[in-house]
Ligand binder design. Sequence first.
Ligand code: CO
Length: 218
Amino acid sequence: MSDLKILFDKNVQWSEEIVQQSPGFFETLSKQQAPEYLWIGCADSRVPANEIVGLLPGELFVHRNVANVVNHTDLNALTVMQFAVDVLAVKHIMVVGHYGCGGVNCALHNTRVGLADNWLRHVQDVHIKYRDRIDAIPEKNRVDVLCELNVLEQVANCARTTILRDAWERQQDLTVHAWVYGLKDGRLRDLGLSMSSSDDIGGQLAAAAALVLARWNS
Ligand code: CO
């Protein structure tokens, strides 16, 4: 316990600082949450969702897993999305990958790490889909290319869920975005794929992927 005391101390300090800046903050927040955004990101400890975009508790709904995968039958991710869309009515979902992602790196190089191999199989599927074009890119850049392509594919996976299709069917204002975060500079980049309807999901995905691959090839 003694080695964890520092975390409790830091927690007291953090909560006191927030109350100092904004008296009644936690009391107000405890009564409701009304975030406008759902962040789907990697579980990597270097990619802390709220801090990166400077948002306070209550402002960002978050789901994180290894390599920011949105799998069609992942009840956990689907439940988070359904709650965010149907109950909280978030306006934006951002799938956020990050350069140098360990999960993507394992998938790219077929590195065995254990049970996680089965999860990362989804990222390997992305690699297989674009393999020829990724192989044409210098080796040192391939992980980051796959990080970007993986985000695009997961955005399409979001768009293809019944949750988003139903929301768009009832004209709900909701857009899914593809972002990537740089561990080396702390900056977010928009990958140029934003979906706000079910129209031509495959076409939008293909166009965005072509742009990503062309950029890394130039
Ligand atoms: Co990662």
